[in-house]
Design a protein around this ligand. Structure first.
Ligand code: CA
Ligand code: CA
Length: 65
């Protein structure tokens, strides 16, 4: 369970720095062309619980559970 979340997190975190940025999330979401820039940004802001413009693994797991 947590293993698959980690794998998904690492798939989105393309530069491997341990945080997902808005650009990384947008690129991931737009693999599905139905996701607009605005929706990607809204998803990012929702997941970024502490507002530091990065999604940590902790925030990510809270977001997708
Ligand atoms: Ca990253
Ligand atoms: Ca954050």
């Amino acid at each position: 369970m947590s293993e698959s979340k980690r794998a998904q997190f690492e798939e989105i975190d393309t530069d491997g720095d341990g945080f997902i940025t808005a650009d990384e999330l947008k690129i991931y979401l737009q693999q599905n062309p139905k996701v607009s820039d605005a929706n990607a940004a809204a998803t990012f802001n929702f997941a970024d619980d502490n507002g530091d413009q990065q999604i940590s693994f902790e925030e990510f797991t809270a977001f997708i559970k």
